[in-house]
Design a protein around this ligand. Structure first.
Ligand code: FEO
Ligand code: CA
Ligand code: CA
Ligand code: CA
Length: 686
């Protein structure tokens, strides 16, 4: 079998729809990896000693210099850690408070339509905050730490909570990913319109009020970008045959963005939204000899062959309007410009948004590659040097990528077009602690027409296949990356991979049946991110006390055990914020992840290696999205999918799983941002 077939043996299981957005952790116990872990910790000396120590053969030389991390009480993270929690609430260290901001359905634009629990319409949702908040960035207005534009991704939706009061949903046993079809197998147009509008990105102004609270502020820059917003295609794929459709016969435009998981922000002050598990939104029922006949650029990504497929059945909206049928990628017309066979090829990209220009169409930057982008992180910009960014492909056994621009960065002049010309690389992590970047460029590393790669556009549309071809390292689901702005060290979360076998274990993915995940770190000689070789180590191997390795060696303990790292953000002081996504964990959960309680967030001091649990969240949610104001005194954090663990029977009975954030016994649970401050006005986390 090809890898993707192992990953996607079945549509439903493949996308984890029965549990939410992603495959949950598989929870069997792990043993027999202590030896491997010890070796990874011993290797730390290589990384921090730089590449020179690799060259001089200091393997096994142990910890030295900066590598001698010591457990101590770090002044950087001076708070008392919170315990593992099983409560349906937000728990913060003593001395911290929070408020809710921008919950799903909160009005931000137009005539500011009010949130009505489970009863809003599609046109209202187009002016309200979307559902299932994820990556997020705060763009200060004039440098302010009290006034800015908050940009929030909405990864996916839970239709039962959007439509909870509507016929077909209210009082019915509806699962967390279910939608309701009419007797004729079609879907209600307005429900589909609302679901399309609950996806995408929200941009809204928020400011600190006289009483110290933060509020949404009406502003001409407030806008919703949805799964139906017109967008430009830029970079090498623009205008190619791969993206010509009925909507855009010249292959320069498309509509919408979906499954916007994490994000990035550029040195020129724009936002990038990632398209992660986009493949499941499309159906392609094209057949040959009564068997599915998908082009490789659909098959390698898991586009559904099920006639009822398409994650929410949007292509089955009753009216058959163009904005709905475009989710059907089946070959139906005489040519590609008469149907939407190529529509999935306009997805899988990073989408650039200028939050300060509401009239600017979002732009799909195709040179950053096409895969299940978790997010993107930029190396600190260096005047006169290329722009460098990294992006992980979050699926089992997929890869980590780097883009290096052709043009140099020039402050005040550089804009997003710098991302349209450069080199895309994929990572190989060697077992000796060194690594290399393999170029995905026509004619290099075997990417030739003879091997099936016609040109650069073809390579980019088929990024995963190109990466397969050059021999990249298959990772344990790369999630967020972040870069320590002081040192340039890059951190990436590898969340879990329950399907890795003992035979597939390697140095950077050291556990079979990896249920708990790890965080990898790398750096470069001279802190030069354009180099093709790097040194790496594992910063932490997550798990229980018995199954983990802490940054300073030894095990994690009650103050910091965690599993399934996902969101990562290193602030300018060297605090590494770690967010967890163990799936839709609720109070009745009893599997092997039970020791970790609800999803939450920890902070590591990357210098000392100390980690403390800072926050735990309500039932059912994952904690994802974190950013502070420039002064570090206000922190924004998202909770996604509270209540997602509620069974269909619970939903029918009006038990929505979690009360967050309204806790009134009637309102549906809602994803939301929380705003955290320290009572003494100090930096959050200090
Ligand atoms: Fe959407 Fe990979 O988390
Ligand atoms: Ca998730
Ligand atoms: Ca994520
Ligand atoms: Ca995740």
């Amino acid at each position: 079998m090809k890898d993707f077939e192992k990953d996607y043996p079945d549509y439903t299981e493949a996308m984890g729809y029965e549990h939410g957005d992603e495959p949950p952790c598989n929870l069997s116990a792990n043993r027999n990896f202590y030896e491997v872990m010890e070796a990874r910790v011993a290797r730390r000396g290589f990384l921090m000693g730089g590449l020179a120590s690799i060259a001089t053969g200091l393997i096994g030389g142990g910890l030295s210099g900066k590598a001698a991390l010591a457990s101590s009480t770090s002044p950087l993270i001076g708070f008392a850690p919170v315990p593992v929690s099983f409560e349906d609430k937000v728990v913060l260290p003593e001395g911290y408070t929070f408020q809710v901001l921008g919950a799903a359905g909160a009005p931000i634009s137009g005539d500011m339509p009010a949130f009505r629990s489970g009863a809003n319409s599609g046109d209202e949702q187009e002016h309200q905050v979307g559902q299932h908040h994820d990556g997020m960035h705060f763009f200060p207005i004039d440098g302010s730490s009290e006034d800015g534009l908050l940009v929030v991704n909405h990864e996916y939706i839970e239709p039962r909570f959007l439509h909870a009061e509507k016929p077909g949903y209210k009082g019915q046993p509806i699962g967390d990913s279910d939608v309701v079809y009419d007797a004729d197998g079609k879907r209600d147009d307005d429900e589909v319109r609302m679901e399309i509008a609950a996806h995408g990105v929200s941009v809204y102004r928020t400011a600190k009020q006289a009483d110290g609270s933060w509020a949404i502020v009406a502003d001409p820059r407030n806008r919703r970008i949805t799964a139906n917003t017109p967008m430009e295609i830029a970079g090498p794929v623009r205008g190619s045959a791969h993206v010509r459709t009925k909507y855009s016969p010249d292959g320069t435009n498309t509509r919408g963005t979906v499954n916007n998981c994490a994000h990035g922000y550029t040195p020129w002050n724009t936002y990038l939204a990632a398209e992660e598990n986009w493949a499941g939104y499309f159906a392609n029922t094209t057949q040959l000899d009564q068997k599915p006949d998908l082009p490789r650029e659909h098959a390698r990504y898991g586009v559904s062959t099920n006639p009822q497929g398409g994650r929410y059945g949007w292509h089955l909206a009753k009216s058959g309007a163009d904005e709905f049928v475009r989710w059907d990628a089946t070959t139906r017309g005489a040519s590609a410009t008469e149907d939407y066979r190529n529509e999935p090829n306009s997805y899988g990209w990073m989408v650039e948004i200028d939050p300060f220009n509401p009239d600017a169409a979002p732009v799909k930057r195709t040179h950053l590659g096409r895969f299940a982008h978790e997010g993107v992180v930029f190396a600190p910009a260096v005047e006169g040097a290329p722009v460098v960014c990294y992006s992980g492909d979050d699926s089992r056994f997929e890869y980590i990528y780097k883009f290096v621009s052709d043009a140099p960065y020039v402050a005040g002049e550089t804009d997003g077009s710098i991302l349209d010309s450069g080199t895309l690389y994929v990572a190989r992590f060697n077992d000796d602690g060194a690594g290399e970047w393999l170029a995905l460029t026509p004619g290099r590393n075997g990417l030739t027409p003879a091997n099936g790669f016609a040109d650069l556009a073809d390579i980019l549309v088929n990024t995963r296949l190109a990466a397969d071809h050059v021999g990249a390292t298959k990772m344990d689901r790369p999630e967020w990356g972040t870069i320590d702005p002081r040192t340039g060290d890059v951190y990436f979360a590898l969340t879990n991979n329950s399907r890795r076998t003992q035979a597939q274990v390697d140095a950077v993915n050291p556990r079979a049946e990896n249920n708990f995940g790890q965080i990898v770190r790398w750096n470069y000689e001279g802190n030069d991110h354009t180099r093709s070789s790097f040194g790496w180590d594992l910063f932490v191997i997550a798990g229980t006390g018995r199954s983990s390795v802490a940054p300073a060696g030894g095990s994690l303990n009650d103050d910091n055990i965690f599993a399934c790292p996902d969101g990562l953000w290193c602030d300018e002081n060297g605090r590494l914020w770690i967010q967890t996504d163990m799936g839709d964990i609720g109070p009745d959960y009893s599997g092997p992840l039970k020791d970790f309680g609800m999803n939450g967030m920890l902070i590591a001091d990357v210098e000392t290696g100390e980690i403390k649990r800072f926050l735990t969240g309500p039932w059912g949610q994952e904690t994802t999205g974190v950013v502070s104001t420039p002064d570090g005194r206000t922190l924004f954090v998202n909770f996604q999918h509270p209540g997602a663990h509620a069974s269909p029977e619970d939903f029918a009975a009006g038990n929505f799983g979690s009360g967050f954030p309204d806790y009134d016994g009637a309102t549906v649970p809602r994803s939301a941002t929380i705003v955290i401050t320290k009572a003494d006005g100090g930096m959050v986390g200090s």
